[in-house]
Design a protein around this ligand. Sequence first.
Ligand code: M6R
Length: 363
Amino acid sequence: NKKGYPHFMLKEIHEQPEVVNKGIARYMKDSQIYFGEEFEKIDFSKIDNIVIVACGTAYHAGLQGAYFLKKLAGIKVDVEVASEFRYSDPFINEKTLAIFISQSGETLDTLMAMKLSKELGATTLAITNVLGSTISREADIVLYTMAGPEISVASTKAYTAQVALMYMFAMYMGIKNKKISIEEYNEYMRTIAEFSDRIEVALENKEKIHELAKKIKDCRNGFYIGRGIDEKIAREGSLKMKEITYIHSEAIAAGELKHGTIALIEPGTLVVVVATQKDMIEKMVSNIKEIKARGGYVIAITKENYSQVLEVADETIFIEDINDMLAPLLTVMPLQLLAYYTAVEKGLDVDKPRNLAKSVTVE
Ligand code: M6R
């Protein structure tokens, strides 16, 4: 049931405020993060390394999760693509916590990576959306994203739920490792608790984004750039665009532009710029100028207080002025909507793009 929306993807995009609320509520007890009895049994004193393994959009959620763990808990995490994992002689042993993120819980590459990790002695933690899925049954411990059924092949609400859960996990570890104080923890919890309202506001941009989609629908190529955590979200935006619009798109770290990719920028080339991080905003403005000097067409996503971006980009979409670490949770909204409306304008089958399946159960 599309509940009046023309496509499941748009319905699922609009469910994100509620999904974040539900996801947080599921793992709160007496105003504290509580992941349940099984989780509490993990002996973190014996864990000395964490690896996150996933595919596609879930992999991008893993990249966000690793960033949170580094920032909030001072933990370095390796994030691996599941299809590469088994063939990469992974450093896994009984001191490893191996986290597997999968919306469906059926992705075979992710499942096989989990089996190998178990054989090598790791503690396995699954983050999945589907109760009783294979990955949830095989894992030592499971956390559920509670996003409800996701029908559209392009993942939207599951991603947001995964990122929100990774944020909670990082906070939990931050407190455990004494990397964040109780005051900071309370402050971060307050921010996330208000998050659903902020997502609603981010979704209000949809008319403007629809107009932008009409302008870019005939592009053959596009680039997505960002720095730091924005580069990770650029990857997700690019994947969303290519899988449902068939526009070839590539995400790169903005600083890498001049090491090759800038050769491809010519008049009219689409470049989506994600620029939300305070300490890198001037560098991003320089990148936009470099692209503009070659005639590129820049759509920038930035925070409402960065007027310097507005001055140089062709089009600017603003998100609220949220703390830098959580900006990706808002930035992804316009990126999802841009891909969605571009596919609609192209008259494509948004919910069932060609050649793709909702869950990939072959290697
Ligand atoms: O069910 P999973 O989360 O394991 O699926 C992983 C990927 O196949 C999935 O995220 C895919 O990249 C989506 N179509 C992206 O929108």
